[in-house]
Design a protein around this ligand. Structure first.
Ligand code: NAP
Length: 283
């Protein structure tokens, strides 16, 4: 392997320690930061994600409130619960674990969260603020990816960044953040013709597709920074990303692993957004 590994676990640990210091300072002033995590249904993956988020809070001095509801919960009841959390002064961030059951409209749920507590950064207001360069909450996964790129020391100004994927939660906000950092940004998607023609010119590639081996060594410029957001299973059932790690790490300058890359950073940035929400409320 020639590429340097960007260790998401180590960076997330450092960020959690910084959050813990800020949380202790707020608590000392009588304002313990609080995150409400709402889980509707019994999706096994969601249960794991939620338990990790609650555990992260415990280790960082952030108070967490976990609300678990049955999959049959009516949409109106969920919206009512969000309204209660919006009014609760001890709660600074609200996260509703996605996906919600099919009878619930996720857009209504996201829109119901007070923008000042939208620590997932999924709301239209947060997305609009990001696109307009105004203060707001950044979506946690792209925010974590930016922190990982920062550790490489590569100055993004004038660099060509390619984002593969254009979802509202990852690809689009990722492109906005890279743009803010003065990179020249190309967004690729399922309709892109000749993906490798774009990626081969890129100084930075962020892969957020959800398909193994989307990025292979022949598609990468030597020395490039490769951020792998994807979460897939290989033939042995092991977690893997969108990037062919074995091949690409022979060509790239920096690369994130899966697991141990973007995943832990996404969770860490949720804590950062929560602490920011609490600090904004109690300056
Ligand atoms: P998504 O909503 O399904 O979006 C996938 C994107 O990939 C779409 O924009 C799609 O294009 C594009 N795409 C599909 N096939 C393609 C191809 N052959 N070439 C180029 N682009 C292609 O997924 P997401 O929510 O953004 O998540 C992407 C991946 O990241 C998933 O594996 C997910 O599990 C993972 N993820 C990980 C974390 C983490 O913390 N590690 C967080 C969030 C997501 P169209 O728009 O044209 O359909």
């Amino acid at each position: 392997m020639t590429a340097q590994l960007i260790d998401g676990n180590a960076l997330a640990k450092k960020i959690r320690a910084e959050v813990a210091e800020r949380a202790a300072a707020l608590t000392a002033r009588g304002h313990t930061p609080g995150l409400a995590v709402v889980l509707v249904g019994d999706d096994p993956a969601s249960q794991v994600y939620v338990s990790h988020k609650v555990k992260d809070c415990e280790t960082s001095g952030v108070r967490s409130v976990l609300d678990r509801f049955p999959a049959s919960m009516p949409e109106a009841d969920l919206l009512k619960r969000i309204d209660e959390l919006n009014r609760d002064d001890s709660i600074h961030g609200i996260l509703v674990q996605m996906p919600v059951p099919k009878h619930i409209d996720p857009q209504k749920v996201i829109a119901a969260i007070d923008p000042l507590k939208d620590v997932d950064g999924f709301s239209i207001l947060s997305a609009g603020a990001l696109a307009s360069g105004l203060p707001g909450f950044k979506s946690c996964t792209p925010y974590g990816c930016m922190k990982m790129i920062e550790t490489t020391g590569v100055n993004l100004k004038g660099k060509h960044a390619v984002v593969i994927g254009r979802s509202n939660t990852v690809g689009k906000p990722m492109a906005q953040l890279l743009l803010q950092a003065n990179a020249t940004v190309t967004i690729c998607h399922s309709g892109t013709v000749d993906l490798c023609q774009h990626t081969r010119q890129a100084d930075v590639v962020v892969a957020a597709v959800g398909r193994r081996n989307t990025l292979t060594a022949d598609m990468v410029k030597p020395g490039a920074v490769i951020i792998d957001v994807g979460m897939n299973r290989n033939d042995e059932g092991k977690l893997c990303g969108d990037v062919d790690f074995a091949g690409v790490s022979q060509v790239a300058g920096f690369i994130t692993p899966v697991p141990g890359g973007v995943g832990p950073m996404t969770r860490a940035m949720l804590l950062v957004n929560t602490i920011e929400a609490a600090e904004r409320k109690h300056p």
